[in-house]
Design a protein around this ligand. Structure first.
Ligand code: NAP
Length: 677
């Protein structure tokens, strides 16, 4: 081939690639979300005239929040197509107002249809991946970092992202998990219908975003596959010890280390020493089966939803489902068409919110845009985040001026109550006789809001019987409900929740001076500074700790990034100061908890009396945080020097003289000068 021929063939290949890009782009744009498309266009052009023509049409972060006419949408799509084709041809964008370009923060405000705070701008940029919140050493890693060993208990989302932070700092770390792979809760929960109820495009780490979710709200296998993919891409396997359970952790004050008691599957017991302990055991990891009268007599099969027994075939069987919470809500509608009979034991009716796209697969066009146009992926994620975070928060905030006899806590709460009641009525259709069973008698948001998986349609089925009442007992072949009626069943599924308030319940943790975590927290009254660190437990960081659960909409994946970022920064501060211990001061924790309690008092969970895993046996809210997502992100954005005590040693971890760490070599508890942090 001559040079000319080669050039010609390359040109025609490029041309046909370009034609195919053009065709795919055109087809994809027609299936995209107009608001996101406008934001992509504006990011490319930064044109104020385009913004003033259309941006007011974005009225909020949700799919349906726009006031574009069909003609607007056509024009936006045409201009976007042109802009993306120009970029593809490497032509400069034509923009008439070059002197007055839109800046990125303005685009962020447009994305949600409202002005966002500067904190929210930063959070959004982090979530987009354009301003990562990676924690780094301030210079070269200090020598002592080489000797440092980190133990991470748990290989779920928090464990994975903790490990990635440690790896980034080039620290030696080991992940312990009794399971055989990464995934945590998403590995254990395999019940029929299991999936996320936070929009998928926001349910991935900001540093490893997934653009090809098959559904807008993914199911468990795809989430697990994603999490395991993250672990694989980060090459975490070499640092994981699966099939090992850490049962105890004791802080050895003389060595400034945690001594872990590790049980392996084979029954061996070993001791491991680590300098830093990260507990990433999850909040909802200990399944709870209440002590129902007669259960021991039941001859059929029974199991907890989180330990689904796949050897038991439920098809064409009589099944009882105990519980109506988030797990039951996914299980019931999924199995109802396949079982002979389904009896649901309902202690409380639940509030369900219907969500557009909840059941939908992502269209091919939108998938193409997400995969091929990075700006589309960014803005789609941002809008998804803005639509999910604290989406119904006003309905969960107590209005002290509000008075009503029905238990509602504000006008917004009452409005939502009416709206959701109407939704239930609509869904029940010609079975309004079921309304007294389906309708909750407490205000929305008292418990976790559920996404409707088709619960009311399930209730309408001939083979489904939802039985209200508290007093149930088991017989050898069934359940006697609260009205004394016996239901013969072959299988019982307990979707009865988890031991949520007994935080770190699976571990025996002994801190400084021999005080255990149970001494400090009692059975179920956990408190921590920012939910992460606990006085008396140096070098320990709790992931998904007390009062860090999101109660009004958001992503626990974002939370996991937040906790681990904080832990990583604290470790950096300790090591860079040549200290061997970092411990939260009691005053810092108390002050934080006072502020948190004051805010919690304004939230519905603190005032409404319905049963919920958010509260402990004394009624205190121990799981949920009162903060909005950006508020908590901001609170934990920096490890404040005054909140911590650093301690030094006159020996390094290898037993060498510590002069290389600290000129005085004094082995004493020293509060480091504020300026040195
Ligand atoms: P849950 O929401 O706490 O529901 C437990 C259910 O069991 C409730 O209906 C509860 O009744 C009932 N129950 C408990 N003890 C009982 C007893 N002694 N007698 C009769 N009924 C009893 O638990 P979950 O469904 O396992 O969900 C827990 C959390 O996991 C969720 O809130 C969510 O955070 C997470 N989750 C999320 C998803 C998702 O993303 N879609 C799915 C599953 C789980 P009461 O309502 O009367 O207390």
């Amino acid at each position: 081939m001559t040079l000319e021929q080669d050039h010609e063939s390359r040109y025609s290949r490029a041309q046909s690639e370009s034609n195919s890009f053009q065709d795919e782009l055109r087809a994809a744009i027609d299936q995209g979300e107009p608001q996101t498309e406008l934001l992509v266009l504006l990011e490319l052009t930064r044109s104020r005239s385009q913004a003033s023509k259309w941006a007011s049409g974005i009225t909020g972060p949700n799919l349906w929040d726009h006031s574009f006419t069909d003609e607007d949408i056509r024009s936006i799509r045409d201009e976007l197509h042109e802009a993306l084709m120009s970029r593809q041809r490497q032509q400069p964008q034509s923009n008439s107002d070059l002197d007055d370009l839109l800046d990125f923060d303005e685009l962020l405000d447009l994305a949600g249809g409202e002005r966002l705070s500067p904190v929210y701008h930063d959070l959004a940029k982090k979530e987009m991946g354009v301003q990562p919140d990676t924690v780094n050493w301030t210079g070269a890693p200090p020598e002592i970092a080489k000797d440092l060993r980190v133990g991470i208990i748990g290989a779920g989302p928090s464990g994975i992202t903790s490990a990635i932070r440690m790896k980034h700092l080039d620290l030696d770390f080991t992940i312990f998990d009794s399971a055989e792979d990464f995934g945590g809760t998403w590995l254990h929960n395999t019940y029929p219908g299991c999936g996320v109820d936070i929009a998928s495009h926001y349910f991935s780490f900001s540093y490893d975003q997934k653009s090809d979710w098959s559904r807008y709200y993914a199911k468990q296998p795809e989430i697990l596959d994603y999490l395991q993919g993250v672990a694989e891409r980060a090459k975490l396997h070499a640092n994981a010890r699966f099939g090992t359970e850490v049962v105890a952790a004791r802080f050895d004050e003389s060595a400034h280390q945690w001594e872990l008691t590790v049980h392996s599957k084979g029954g061996e017991v070993s001791t491991e020493r680590v300098d830093i302990l990260i507990t990433a055991v999850g909040l909802l990891s200990s399944p709870k089966i209440p002590d129902f009268p007669g259960l021991a007599k039941f001859q059929g099969k029974y199991f907890h939803a989180a330990q689904w027994d796949h050897t038991v075939d439920y098809k064409n069987k009589r099944v009882a489902l105990v519980g109506t919470g988030a797990s039951a809500n996914q299980i019931g509608p999924t199995i109802a068409p396949d079982v002979d009979e389904l009896v649901v034991i309902q202690r409380s009716a639940q509030w369900n919110v219907a969500v557009e796209n909840y059941m939908k697969e992502v269209s091919d066009g939108e998938k193409w845009l997400l995969a091929n146009i990075p700006e589309y992926q960014r803005w789609f994620r941002t809008r998804t985040m803005l639509s999910q975070n604290d989406s119904l928060r006003p309905a969960a905030e107590v209005d002290p001026e509000w008075s009503s006899s029905d238990g509602s806590i504000s006008a917004e709460n009452a409005r939502l109550w009416t709206e959701l009641t109407q939704y239930i009525k609509d869904e029940l259709g010609d079975r309004q006789d079921l309304l007294p069973i389906a309708l909750p008698d407490y205000p929305p948001f008292t418990k976790r809001m559920l996404r409707d998986n088709g619960w009311y349609r399930m209730m309408r089925r001939d083979n489904v019987d939802v039985v209200p009442g508290r007093e149930v007992q088991f017989t050898s072949d069934g359940i006697v409900d609260a009205n004394g009626k016996e239901h013969k069943v072959d299988i019982v599924v307990f979707a009865t929740g988890f031991e949520a308030s007994r935080a770190l319940g699976s571990l025996q943790i002994e801190g400084r001076t021999g005080r255990t975590i149970r001494d400090v927290w009692g059975e179920d009254d956990p408190r921590a500074h920012l939910g992460i660190t606990v006085p008396g437990f140096p070098n320990m960081f709790v992931m998904y700790g007390p009062n860090t659960n999101i109660g009004t909409g958001g992503s626990i994946i974002l939370q996991a990034e937040t906790w681990t970022r904080y832990a990583a920064e604290a470790i950096v501060k300790m090591v860079e100061a040549n200290a061997v211990e970092i411990e939260c001061k009691p005053e810092a924790m108390d002050e934080y908890n006072r502020a948190m309690d004051a805010r919690l008092a304004e939230m519905i969970w603190a005032v409404s009396s319905g049963s919920t895993w958010y509260r402990n046996s004394a009624g205190r809210v121990v799981s949920n945080m009162p903060w909005s997502t950006p508020e908590y992100w901001n609170l934990t954005r920096q490890v404040k020097q005054e909140d911590y005590t650093l301690r030094f040693s006159n020996e390094d971890r290898s037993g060498n003289e510590a002069q290389k760490y600290r000129p005085s070599g004094k082995d004493a508890e020293l509060e480091i000068e504020a300026k040195s942090l």
